[in-house]
Ligand binder design. Structure first.
Ligand SMILES: NC(=O)c1ccc[n+]([C@@H]2O[C@H](COP(=O)([O-])OP(=O)(O)OC[C@H]3O[C@@H](n4cnc5c(N)ncnc54)[C@H](OP(=O)(O)O)[C@@H]3O)[C@@H](O)[C@H]2O)c1
Length: 387
């Protein structure tokens, strides 16, 4: 048993991100200062012993965690499925290095290796192997906003060489979700199984294809980078011209502001000579799904990933548009360990630079959640945990 300090962020029922705060609200729980009192009650820093790994477990010393909207929804009791226990350590995504390896662990003797954590117990096979209760930072499974995390050794994956801890931490949920959506389209295999990669990582397997992305969140930024690295022509939408300028640098060929161009589906059709795109990486939800289907080519794919907007009813044109266009509307939820390992290799082969919108110190975790809630950032929000 190794003794040492560990720092965790926890939430309680009182957690709220709604109130405004000032520095004078006090800084006794979160030493970062500018923290509203209600949030201080909800997130706090504690010490706990470094865990001891079982035979096939490892303790990973985390250098960074990255946040996803799911973490915020779990924190505030928002619309995210599951029975999440009070006092949970939040966040699914993290990267660091192997600190301790169990007696029979495949990481034995490789302590210090930089790793990314695969955040769930779906190792291989199809989506039926995903258990929502076994995603880090949900239900009763503590997440990555801590210095030392104990996991089964299969969840640690070598980090792409050349990436910082912050960049590596940003990969799993946003990056591998985008990767999986594009990946299953490549193999026309829609059950979540990852077949052996055909050819080299650098082959341009999407040459001549159109991919549409929506907004400039984490998933979409990765989707732009992945699809353009594979040779696709990427069309991206956003609420803001300033954000569109950024996604152009990530590889988007055409950009559309969906605020100033509400009928953006028509623009997409125009850009694709009336045919529509081959693949939509759909994150908008109810506000975008009809338009996404409208501007998908016959037999094309709409990967339903996100629910950034809601509505009570689907437009009546939805079913006819899917049916008579022979289009595939496919739900994408999480990803297997095989997909995470693949994406790390792909990212290394392409020297992919994940777009980090902002990095926060550990004591600024509450500010990181506030920033996430504002939805202004382009790319990922990362919390630095250790050097
Ligand atoms: N299925 C899965 O396994 C999985 C995995 C990860 C994430 N998700 C879900 O996917 C969605 C995106 O995740 P994320 O991490 O990329 O989120 P994020 O980083 O929080 O993305 C937020 C961005 O989305 C854009 N947006 C918001 N409302 C929009 C709308 N109505 N139409 C188009 N764009 C809109 C905005 O960008 P602009 O201002 O540029 O428009 C906003 O800044 C979320 O719903 C998330 O829960 C699902």
């Amino acid at each position: 048993m190794v003794n040492g300090d560990s720092v965790v962020a926890r939430w309680r029922d009182s957690f709220t991100l709604k109130s405004e705060g000032t520095a004078s609200d006090g800084a006794d729980l979160c030493s970062g200062g500018m923290v509203p009192r209600e949030m201080q009650r909800g997130i706090k820093k504690i010490n706990k012993p470094i865990p001891t790994p079982g035979p096939t477990q490892v303790v990973v010393k985390l250098s960074a965690a990255s946040l996803n909207f799911r973490d915020l929804l779990i924190a505030i009791g928002g619309p995210y499925p599951g029975n999440h226990v009070p006092g949970l350590i939040l966040a699914a995504d993290g990267a660091g290095s192997i600190f301790l390896a169990g007696s029979e662990s495949s990481w034995r003797g490789k302590e210090g290796t930089a790793v990314v954590l695969h955040p769930n117990e779906w190792l291989s096979g199809d989506v039926r192997n995903l258990e929502m209760s076994k995603i880090l930072g949900g239900y009763s499974l503590d997440g990555t906003l801590q210095q030392f995390v104990l996991v089964n050794d299969t969840l640690a994956i070598p980090a792409p060489k050349g990436m910082t801890g912050a960049q590596a931490a940003s990969l799993p949920t946003a990056g591998v979700t985008a990767w999986s959506a594009i990946r299953e389209a490549l193999d026309a295999r829609f059950d979540g199984v990852v077949d052996a990669w055909k050819g080299k990582w650098t082959d341009r397997r999407l040459e001549g294809k159109y991919v549409l992305t929506q907004g400039t969140g984490g998933v979409s930024c990765f989707a732009i980078q992945i699809a353009s690295a594979l040779g696709a022509t990427v069309i991206s939408t956003s609420s803001s011209d300033a954000k569109l300028a950024i996604v152009k640098q990530l590889g988007a060929r055409h950009v559309i502001n969906y605020r100033t161009t509400p009928d953006w589906d028509q623009d997409v059709l125009r850009l694709t000579e009336g045919k529509g795109v081959d693949h939509v990486v759909e994150v908008g939800g109810a506000a975008t799904i009809q338009k996404s289907v409208n501007c998908t080519r016959k037999g094309g794919l709409v990967s339903v990933i996100g629910v950034l907007s809601e509505a009570d009813v689907l437009p009546p044109e939805f079913v006819p548009a899917v049916l008579f266009g022979g289009k595939i509307v496919k739900g994408c939820v999480a990803f297997s360990r095989e997909a995470t390992a693949e994406f790390c290799e792909f990212a290394e082969a392409h020297s992919l630079q994940p777009l980090i919108a902002q990095t926060f110190e550990f004591d600024e975790t509450v500010e990181a959640f506030e920033t996430l809630q504002k939805q202004n950032a382009v790319g990922k929000l990362v919390v630095k945990i250790s050097e």
